[in-house]
Write a protein that binds this ligand. Structure first.
Ligand SMILES: NC(=O)c1ccc[n+]([C@@H]2O[C@H](COP(=O)([O-])OP(=O)(O)OC[C@H]3O[C@@H](n4cnc5c(N)ncnc54)[C@H](OP(=O)(O)O)[C@@H]3O)[C@@H](O)[C@H]2O)c1
Length: 259
């Protein structure tokens, strides 16, 4: 029996890509899922897939930029399925950063979805976890949050914010018996990465990513980074002195521009 059997999971960004694959994998492992994203029709389709596997899905659409709506969603989940054991704050997006077309409002909008959206979901559900003295909060960051990568300044910043926020929260929430897990995927094939016009090293499929994520969540890991070869590459880049990192990445960037 999976450790996720019977767990009540609130999953955001559940209509597409990694979130959809996670909803299906969680259902296969016996979890009850509450699915949030803006597009209700797509959520209903994912809900049907979950039910076809014998699982239970609650459709709770909403925009993670709307704190009042996230609080309503959390209340609805608690009243219908009795509580949330695991929040997976997965909703997120990406914009390419071009210094020649610098746009603060676009970058802040990205921050508001990726980082702000994660915070709002935590604010909505944390009081009930604190009251019960149990729960697990999972944030989906990225390996891109570990180093500044070309064309991804705003995205890397939003994911670095999540990684550091979770690192800090983990220390406080341990006293309340609440686990904090941060997930750093590399490249996963989804509608988000379908837009990429460059070679994506170690690209994996969303269902494989979902299996890795569920395994780490079930074990209550603090951090889940994958795929391993790409994760170690980024870790190695982190250890390099800045001038060497700059030298390597400038060449990577020039090659990207030429292709
Ligand atoms: N794919 C990768 O290679 C990769 C790598 C590292 C990290 N990640 C992270 O993994 C997460 C999922 O990525 P993905 O590749 O599955 O992306 P995706 O295919 O574009 O799916 C994004 C999901 O987030 C939802 N979403 C976007 N904005 C939202 C908002 N304002 N409110 C509520 N839901 C919103 C979307 O649904 P609606 O449009 O219906 O709202 C959709 O369900 C993201 O946080 C992403 O940064 C992805």
């Amino acid at each position: 029996m999976s450790n996720l059997e019977g767990k009540r999971v609130w999953l955001t960004g559940a209509s597409l890509g990694i979130g959809r694959a996670l909803a299906i994998e969680l259902a296969k492992q016996g979890a009850i899922v509450a699915l949030t994203a803006r597009n209700k029709e797509r959520l209903v389709e994912v809900g049907k897939e979950v039910e076809s596997l014998g699982g239970r899905a609650l459709i709770v659409p909403g925009d993670v930029r709307d704190l009042d709506r996230m609080k309503e969603v959390a209340e609805e989940i608690v009243s219908v399925i009795g509580g949330v054991d695991i929040l997976i704050a997965n909703a997120g997006t990406h914009v390419f950063s071009k210094p020649e077309e610098f746009d603060t409002s676009e970058y802040l909008e990205l921050m508001d979805i990726n980082y702000g959206g994660t915070l709002r979901c935590i604010e909505a559900i944390l009081p009930s976890m604190l009251e019960r003295k149990s729960g697990q909060i999972v944030g989906v960051a990225s390996l891109a949050g570990l180093r500044g990568l070309p064309r991804a300044a705003a995205y890397c910043a939003s994911k670095a914010a999540i990684i550091n926020f979770f690192q800090s929260m983990r220390i406080h929430l341990r006293d309340h018996n609440i686990g904090v897990t941060v997930i750093n995927p590399g490249f996963v094939r989804t509608p988000l990465t379908d837009k990429n016009d460059f070679h994506m090293p170690c690209l994996i499929e969303a269902d494989k990513a979902a299996r890795i994520m569920c395994s780490g969540i079930a074990k209550g890991r603090d951090e889940i980074s994958f795929p391993i070869p790409f994760s170690w590459t980024i870790r190695l880049l982190r250890l390099l002195p800045l001038p060497i990192y700059n030298w390597i990445m400038t060449r990577v960037w020039r090659r990207m521009k030429d292709n």
